[in-house]
Design a protein around this ligand. Sequence first.
Ligand SMILES: Nc1nc2c(ncn2[C@@H]2O[C@H](COP(=O)(O)OP(=O)(O)OP(=O)(O)O)[C@@H](O)[C@H]2O)c(=O)[nH]1
Length: 266
Amino acid sequence: MSSVFGKPRSGSGPQSTPLEVNLAILGRRGAGKSALTVKFLTKRFISEYDPNLEDTYSSEETVDHQPVHLRVMDTADLDTPRNCERYLNWAHAFLVVYSVDSRQSFDSSSSYLELLALHAKETQRSVPALLLGNKLDMAQYRQVTKAEGVALAGRFGCLFFEVSACLDFEHVQHVFHEAVREARRELEKSPLTRPLFISEERALPHQAPLTARHGLASCTFNTLSTVSLKEMPTVAQAKLVTVKSSRAQSKRKAPTLTLLKGFKIF
Ligand SMILES: Nc1nc2c(ncn2[C@@H]2O[C@H](COP(=O)(O)OP(=O)(O)OP(=O)(O)O)[C@@H](O)[C@H]2O)c(=O)[nH]1
């Protein structure tokens, strides 16, 4: 007998299939979604990204001594949620990110949490969310207090952390692993629930328009019972790319430089 995620389970040896967890990172432009994703995947802080790039990365993790195949979708929604179904019906957990030095990003994170709550109500499918106040290193320019973050998270029943993509890796890793734990708890409750892909978009009589009141006017979603469903297509394999670059070599004195597709490393 071996232990799977803290629970004794028979018949699962070292070759047991890793748990698959899809994690979507949501938040206003500039909140630090890409920086946190890159920090988690590479232990490095990279200061510039293509803001319009949205991609999904995969990483083999060990959480509580158990293997997890983690996919991370670093979303790029611009200023308000758009075409949300691509992540609403895919993710097992969400990281909703704001920046502690931006009131606007905090307000957006509230809209995202409302969106998730509405979706959970519509679909009767509870997906955990964690609220992250990023850029803790910029605390001297705070526009959002920690108490406000705690209160917002409390309103939506989610975990709350303040982090920084440019400070210690362990803290960022801890937050991502907490998201895996939350997802795992939900999956254990309803193991048959799998992320679904909505193959067809059409107007439905009871389609839930997310109103401008919530700042979500551009985002609608369909209830799962009324559209034809397919399994989510396989996400592209790991996007970690190893490149040889003479400039990188001379700058970093390393034979190779590992970087994430789409991210710029200077
Ligand atoms: N000081 C500080 N800067 C950060 C931190 N995280 C991100 N940044 C900076 O904030 C800016 C925006 O970060 P991104 O990671 O691109 O933010 P994003 O949420 O992915 O934004 P989009 O790509 O536009 O959707 C960049 O200049 C980052 O270098 C942090 O923890 N501390």
